[in-house]
Design a protein. Sequence first.
Lengths: 249, 241
Amino acid sequence: MSLDFFLGMFPKLLHGTYITLVILLLSGLIGNALAVGVALGRVSKNPIVNSTSYFYTLLMRGTPLLVQIYLLYYGLGSIFSHTPAIRQSFLWPYLRDGFWYGVVALSLNTAGYSGEVLRGGILAVPHGEIEAARAFGMSKWLMLRRVTLPRAIRICLPTLVGETILLLKSTPLVSTITVLDMMGTANYIRVQTFRVYEPLLSAALIYIFLTFVLTRIFRWVERRLNRDRVEPVQIAATAAPSPDLQPNL
Amino acid sequence: MATDLSSYLGLLSFGDKGWGDEFLAGAWMTIQISVSGYAIGMALGLCGAWGKLSGNKVSFWISESYTTIIRAVPELLLIILLYYTGTTALRNLLVMIGFGEDVQVNAFAAAAGTLGFVQGAYTTEVFRGAMLSVPKGQLEAAKAYGMSASLRFRRIMFPLMFRYALPGLSNLWVSILKDSSLISVVGFSELLFSGKTAAASTKDYFFFYLATAAMFLLLTVMSNVGIHFVERRLMRGVRRA
């Protein structure tokens, strides 16, 4: 173990960290935007829309993310590369790159998980507020934009934050499809230098650091968005076990 | 590459030509490592939760750092790290205490141990939360009856705690079932690995990864049905609103 080795490894890992953060940002934004659609579909009364989005969440949450990534990159990718029309199109440079397959797979997966969370939030919006919005004569979309969604997002914000941390911990899976994110870089250094501990442990430390920083940032956002509540509501610590779980003595 | 429906079905047949038997063997291996990893995780989780709640400072810090570190690092990184370094460390240890010149660590044990060690951190948190929700009076009453600590745990704490832990444990089962696919990255042969092998040798990537996904979906849906029954059975004595 030498200092030179660390100094040589560090810039590479930093660049990997940058790629990891870009993937996290892109798939977090796209995934959560799609999640709104999934959640609205799940609460829709139209049976076709409802069952489609139910099936979507079942697929995304019932199969491993790694399989989804392989299905897109190797499966769809091999179909694309055998289709001359796509090979010659201007999109081919993107469709050849593992990066975009990774972003799409992570976004679709997040949409499934966060959609289900957001559905819970939408269902938890107090009835009176929706009735009040209706009494004001708001149209369906205005109500959604001004009342239902902002309320739902605030209600399930802690869970959505948890999902984002989980997303950060899922990003290393893109290293299996040739993307040199932080994990990919660390693994590359491991294979090149036959040193296991130094690159992998450094990557682990950077991930711990990223998790720590992200939780801090989100805690600040949560507090800012819930400024109207003077005291953060503490449910878990103070409340007694819910009455329906009490033993029936 | 296969061209029509019957040749695709042929790819999934049993025997030399098809990959059906390899797939089933892979699925069976996925179930085996998931069950073993889950059991190891449960054992570690009980120890960890006990360590956090026992009031002993040393055991508290050991369990606290275990759960904090494991839960902050991505599973894939942990699995690669533990699988390579864990087996080397174990082998060196076994050679050092005189188990012969060179000891090979069984791949199955390494895979299950790795998954279980990661899962244990999450199980610890589930058990800890569940133990905290057991009404204090129940434990005090047991103490007043003069039950020993182990009897108290066996008869009062565990059965009561288990109900609260059940939803969390069910989630963890489904998640280890899916996370077990990560072990294919280090070359351990389970369901995803059989899918990968089949896809690479027939060049039918899309078809075989789709089949792998369908197989995993079948496993998780069947698990959900099973979980539903277990939950209903264990909740028999609980009043519902």
